[in-house]
Design a protein around this ligand. Structure first.
Ligand SMILES: NC(=O)c1ccc[n+]([C@@H]2O[C@H](COP(=O)([O-])OP(=O)(O)OC[C@H]3O[C@@H](n4cnc5c(N)ncnc54)[C@H](O)[C@@H]3O)[C@@H](O)[C@H]2O)c1
Length: 276
């Protein structure tokens, strides 16, 4: 029998039909978890689950719209029927389509429907999944909730105001859950993710914008889905049993430095010195 740090645990990953969620599910499955691929895109969820099962690991796909309470309730009931328990909830689903990003702009130019969609999927979705998964964790007197957030949830920027506000709220939601259910063994943390291009969301980003963002990461390169998934697996596992109510930055240092760093690096290179 394979023994891994997640053996015996059941992990629900929302939005796992692609991108970072799919990679997190794959990595958690490789550590022995039974994973639930919950995504609004049924075909994508089924394909990810099938690829995990092909590796001899356990996965179950379920079409879920996280913004709908009925859909979330059905998802949780199916998971309990299928795997019997829920140990981990990774609130990863977010609406990041090109259409969404065309409407989620600065506040004056905000498309109000885009604002509502961001809040419904990114924030209400995480609350609904938490609302219905946490009672299953309390039955076990253990559990881990992981909310995917972003540097945009902690710092002002020129666009994506709805996305940013939803991501800021997810940091607080993790703290509320940690405070409310910690004594019943449930931990909750936010994972602050740097830019780790995944297949769906970043194809339409201008190359120059990617360069600007790369310059503001302290690592040589932007992140990879695997680097994010490794942190998800850590927060899901008992290795992080004393970590709760926190925001773990896995962002290549993007949120750790002065706003002038990238421009100053360029200036110092030009001057050939960092003497001030
Ligand atoms: N990739 C990055 O660089 C990055 C950076 C910071 C934060 N994040 C966060 O990580 C998470 C994953 O990002 P990604 O780049 O993999 O995104 P993605 O767009 O590739 O994946 C999002 C998934 O969510 C699903 N989804 C959308 N609406 C849904 C709904 N109503 N119900 C259920 N599923 C739904 C989509 O079908 C898709 O599979 C997001 O929360 C995002 O905010 C990503």
């Amino acid at each position: 029998m394979m023994t891994g740090k997640l053996t015996g645990k059941v992990a629900v990953v929302t939005g796992a039909g692609g991108g970072l969620g799919a990679e997190s599910a794959r990595v958690m499955a490789s550590h022995g978890a039974s994973v639930v691929i919950a995504d609004i895109n049924k075909a994508a969820a089924e394909s990810v689950a099938a690829s995990i099962v092909e590796q001899g690991q356990k996965a179950f796909a379920i079409e879920t719209d996280v913004s709908s309470e009925d859909s979330v309730k059905q998802m949780v009931a199916s998971v309990v029927e299928h795997f019997g328990r829920i140990d981990v909830l990774h609130n990863n689903a977010a609406i990041l389509s090109a259409e969404q990003r065309q409407g989620d702009l600065d506040v004056i130019n905000m498309d109000v429907d885009a604002w509502d969609r961001a809040m419904a999927v990114n924030l209400r979705g995480a609350m609904l999944c938490s609302k219905h998964c946490i009672p299953e964790m309390i039955k076990l007197q253990r559990g881990s909730v992981i909310n995917a957030t972003s540097g945009l949830g902690t710092m002002g920027d020129l666009t994506l105001s709805a996305y940013a506000a939803s991501k800021a709220a997810l940091i607080m939601l993790a703290k509320s859950i940690a405070a409310q259910y910690g004594k019943q063994g449930v931990r909750a943390n936010a994972l602050l993710i740097g830019l780790a291009p995944a297949e769906n969301a970043h194809g339409s980003m201008p190359a120059r914008l990617l360069d600007i963002i790369r310059e503001n990461h302290l690592t040589p390169e932007l992140g990879t889905p695997r680097q994010i998934a490794d942190a998800v697996a850590f927060l899901a596992s008992d290795e992080s049993s004393f970590v709760t109510g926190s925001t773990l930055s896995v962002d290549g240092g993007f949120c750790s430095h002065t706003p002038s760093l990238a421009a100053t690096r360029e200036l110092f290179a030009e001057l050939g010195s960092n003497k001030m």
